[in-house]
Design a protein. Structure first.
Ligand SMILES: [Zn+2]
Length: 455
């Protein structure tokens, strides 16, 4: 046993009388919150009747019922089993290397339309999803409904049953950055030589036929208007909309002339307020089988990349999932620009504030358009705009996540932050920045970001 010696204590000055009587430091005054926010109450749907998909009689409703009563997170057994259930009921022509399910009902060379939807949802894991019937709407109990994109799946099944001659693809992993559609564009590009239009049924709300997504034009105005006219024959109307964010057909814009996304009547997707308008979907299903899809005009040249405007363009160069999806397509910009390569364009945007460097695509922008006018913005708007810019330009989401968490739950922002998904938020930042710039209140933009990225 070793004897240990106690080290000699260092000499410590005894407190002076002055120190001894010094009052303890006052507790810091809590900072006055810059804003207060009361989150809306969670929807209580527990009193509503539960949906049993077996009670649904039509293919449209049975498929939607089956889809919505399952949490189909990509990569889970639940999603895989749902895809197997689907494949067993469809005249499948191919299951490709990414697991996408293809159905080819074309019979002549004149059939040049592709319809798409996606099988996965934003749920965190698989399992059952309780769906409640709220009159004309379906909602899920405490989770996303999954009508994004159960509605699209149901619509495609309905059109296949009706024998609409076209090429159908049920994509996998759309919510994880277009895994299935990216695979198809890269591994089976020859398929697209026989396709003039790719129509996704994966747009929220009513009315929209998307002309721009992922920061660029995806279909011509002529095509969009003709499709709106064709769908607007009943009690609903449709309008071309340039505010698309991202869905699978964005992957095909350099392969297929007319790519779009059509509203299917779900709202508040990606959160537990999601709802599906059942009657709207039924009306749309009836219209979709009546449209002469192959008679729609084909005007856009897929080899010419048309950037929409600077605001969406920054999303494209931002490093978010969807923006870096297919860098090759951005290199195909029409050549008038001094920047031949999309990387150069991105770098130019990041390091130069001078908008004169931007290739002019027909819109005239001056410096004022390029910067949010700080004088007009309140403090929260400035903070949010900075946070969005950091997310968009630098792929740095930490400030934005903090801001959304603080907004959603001022008492416990740390806990709230764990409930937010950066991946989901990355899909929303370009649109959020657009909204903020276009006068949507900062608190509403924060609401959208919260509901869209909550897990
Ligand atoms: Zn979707």
């Amino acid at each position: 046993m070793t004897k240990t010696t106690t080290p000699e204590r260092p000499y410590v000055l005894a407190p002076t009388t002055l120190d001894a009587v010094k009052p303890p430091a006052a507790a810091p005054t809590p900072a006055t919150p810059k804003y207060t926010y009361v989150p809306p109450p969670k929807p209580d749907v527990s009193h509503l009747p539960l949906l049993d998909p077996n009670d649904c009689t039509s293919t449209l409703m049975r498929t939607l019922g089956r889809a919505c009563t399952l949490k189909r997170d990509y990569g889970t057994q639940t999603e895989a089993k749902f895809v197997a259930w689907l494949a067993n009921r469809l005249p499948v022509s191919l299951i490709d290397g990414a697991g996408n399910v293809h159905v080819d009902l074309r019979t002549t060379n004149a059939h040049r339309t592709m319809f798409t939807c996606h099988t996965d949802t934003v749920h965190n894991g698989g399992g059952a999803n309780d769906v409640r019937i709220d009159g004309n709407f379906w909602r899920a109990d405490g989770a996303a409904l999954g009508a994004d994109d159960g509605a699209g799946i149901a619509l495609l099944c309905h059109m296949i049953e009706a024998g609409v001659p076209a090429y159908y693809v049920f994509f996998r992993g759309e919510e994880r950055g277009g895994i299935g559609s990216k695979w198809l564009a890269e591994e089976m590009p020859a398929l697209f030589a026989s396709i003039d239009r790719a129509v996704a049924f994966d747009r929220a709300d009513y009315y929209d036929v998307i002309t721009h997504q992922s920061g660029g034009r995806c279909c011509s105005d002529e095509f969009a208007q003709a499709l709106c006219d064709a769908l607007g024959t009943g009690e609903d109307w449709f309008l071309p909309c340039d505010g698309g964010v991202y869905t699978d057909t964005a992957e095909f814009t350099d392969l297929v002339p007319e790519c779009t996304n059509v509203s299917v009547g779900y709202k508040h997707q990606h959160g537990d307020r999601e709802e599906q308008d059942i009657e709207f979907l039924q009306r749309l299903a009836a219209l979709a089988v009546a449209v002469d899809w192959d008679a729609l005009p084909t005007k856009r040249d897929p080899k010419v990349y048309e950037r929409d405007d600077w605001r969406s363009a920054i999303g494209k160069y931002s490093g978010t999932q969807y923006s870096l999806a297919s860098p090759s397509k951005y290199a195909k910009y029409d050549g008038k620009s001094a920047y031949k390569d999309w990387r150069d364009q991105r770098d130019a945007y990041e390091y130069e504030d001078d908008d004169s460097q931007w290739p002019n695509n027909g819109t005239t922008l001056d410096a004022d358009d390029l910067d949010l006018n700080d004088e007009l913005l309140n403090e929260l708007e400035c903070e949010l705009s900075d946070a969005l810019e950091a997310a968009i330009h630098d792929n740095n989401f930490s400030h934005l996540l903090d801001l959304v968490a603080k907004h959603a739950m001022p008492d416990d922002p740390d806990w709230m932050r764990h409930k937010l998904s950066k991946v989901r938020m990355s899909h929303m930042v370009a649109r959020a920045y657009d909204d903020l710039f276009n006068g949507v209140a900062a608190t509403d933009v924060l609401d959208d970001l919260m509901y869209g990225s909550e897990v």
